[in-house]
Write a protein that binds this ligand. Structure first.
Ligand SMILES: NC(=O)C1=CN([C@@H]2O[C@H](COP(=O)(O)OP(=O)(O)OC[C@H]3O[C@@H](n4cnc5c(N)ncnc54)[C@H](O)[C@@H]3O)[C@@H](O)[C@H]2O)C=CC1
Ligand SMILES: O=C(O)CCC(=O)C(=O)O
Length: 432
């Protein structure tokens, strides 16, 4: 690995896309839900119910900035379907958050909870902001303001938030504290992904990456590839990507590429992952310390055995899918591959493990955290890991079998497995 050389790279990369291709996450999701509902034999009314969230609110959050001015931020909370139980899903802080994306993300949460058989529907939230340019104090005031703004529709038996892009256990702690103050009792079950001392679960911090690792272990068996020595590329070096890179490195795989919002590092001999983990900042940025940096798009197209997009949406598109050389793509990120690109990868016989399966480890251990909060009795890391492994292996098997028996791609198979529980619960409740 090359020696670090400080360079200043403040731009955020954006991929180019074919004019005709739909990058609208909600539209694409709806078209797969339609196909899944049809294949499962549900009615058109069922599709009408499930294609949109039941509830979405937009909130305006005034925050006193450090210079004394007041800035008004816009945030969202979307609740897709609460027929099975309370809704559940993360909150992201990102400049590109928008209502359509939050709606799609909440639908994916329903699908993840359906796949893993958790007693939840899907929820998701987001605030348009750039936490990388905000102070600790400003972030705390924004987090508390968001909870005050959405407090009527969230709660341990209504809708339970969690971390997502650019949010972490500190932000969960502020949000939990604000909610507990509003309700005037301690409410650890209001939010998951908390620090351990505030009722967080062992293993939640690494849960998303653990879940992705289990999917990779299952996928390599299907493809007859040995994980030992396999070449792996991971896009994104935050919570999901950095721990995944570490788990792959520890398993004897060769992590030949990693990236963050600034760019990518690539080395055919394998990167020194423990060193990079040590140097990354709290936003998952490390490439700014190096001079020999390539773009995210260049990295995605490098030859490898396993490619793991673990950053943002719409990264593998009709524009670059033909040039993806991986044998297996495991989506740790939400929505990294477009519909058109999914078809191209499928035609190239790439085994694609879709986001709603691959990234479901996070919400699974969030559920374990909520259960522990409700019972006030806490489990060891071994117990959490064992339970997570069973959920992930069973989920992978169910989707792989669905894909084989219905001769559909893994994404459609995952939607079919994920939607059933919400469809049946909505039907029993007499909604449709
Ligand atoms: N944290 C969790 O428990 C879960 C996360 N996910 C998904 O995993 C993905 C990553 O989330 P986290 O690791 O939690 O976020 P994070 O905030 O910890 O890290 C995000 C990473 O993505 C990189 N990034 C941001 N913008 C980028 C861009 N334009 N191009 C390339 N890289 C960029 C950042 O530099 C950072 O390395 C997201 O899609 C998230 O929704 C899914 C399930 C659970
Ligand atoms: O941990 C959770 O409850 C939700 C995680 C999340 O937002 C996701 O899986 O996309």
């Amino acid at each position: 690995m090359k020696a670090p050389a400080p360079v200043n790279r403040h731009h955020t990369e954006k991929p180019e896309h074919k004019q005709s291709e739909s990058l609208d996450l909600l539209c694409s999701t709806q078209s797969i839900i339609k196909a899944a509902v049809k294949r499962l034999g549900y009615t058109e009314e069922m599709y009408e119910l499930l294609k949109e969230p039941l509830r979405v609110i937009t909130v305006r959050i005034p925050v006193r900035m450090d210079d004394g001015s007041i800035k008004i931020f816009t945030g969202y909370r979307s609740q897709h379907n609460d027929s099975v139980g309370p809704t559940k899903g993360g909150v992201r802080f990102h400049p590109e958050v928008n209502e359509e994306e939050v709606k799609a993300l909440s639908i994916w949460m329903s699908l993840k909870c359906g796949i893993t058989n958790l007693p939840y529907g899907g929820g998701k939230g987001g605030i348009i902001c750039d936490p990388r340019n905000m102070s600790f104090g400003e972030l705390e005031r924004l987090s508390r303001g968001y909870v005050r703004a959405i407090s009527q529709i969230v709660g341990p038996t209504k809708d339970i938030p969690a971390p997502d892009v650019y949010t972490n256990s500190q932000i969960m702690a502020w949000m939990m504290d604000e909610y507990s103050r509003l309700r005037e009792f301690d409410s650890p079950g209001f939010i998951t992904g908390k620090p351990l001392v505030l009722g967080g679960s062992q293993g939640r911090e690494t849960a998303t990456a653990r879940g992705v690792t289990i999917c990779i272990e299952e996928a390599v068996k299907k493809k007859g590839i040995s994980l030992q020595g396999a070449r792996i590329i991971v896009q994104g070096f935050g919570n999901a990507g950095s721990f995944l890179a570490k788990f792959m490195y520890d398993a004897g795989a060769k992590v030949i590429g990693i990236s963050d919002a600034n760019g990518a590092l690539y080395d055919l001999d394998g990167l020194d992952i423990p060193y990079l983990l040590d140097r990354r900042d709290s936003f998952g940025t490390v490439t700014n310390l190096f001079s020999d940096v390539i773009t995210n798009q260049e990295l995605l197209e490098k030859e490898c055995d396993i490619l793991v997009p673990a950053a943002i949406s719409n990264q593998i598109t009709a524009q670059n899918a033909d040039r993806i050389k991986a044998k297996i793509v495991v989506e740790a990120a939400n929505g990294p591959t477009t519909l058109e690109a999914t078809k191209i990868l499928d035609s190239k016989e790439v085994l694609l493990v879709p986001d709603i399966l691959a990234s479901a480890g996070g919400v699974t251990v969030s559920y374990f955290e909520w259960v522990q909060n409700n019972q006030g009795y806490y489990w060891s890391e071994e117990e959490v890991s064992r339970k997570l492994r069973k959920v992930m292996v069973d989920s992978f098997d169910a989707i792989y079998s669905m894909s084989q028996s219905h001769k559909v791609d893994m994404r459609l198979a995952a939607y079919m497995v994920g939607i059933r529980k919400h469809a049946e619960a909505s039907h029993y409740r007499g909604w449709v």
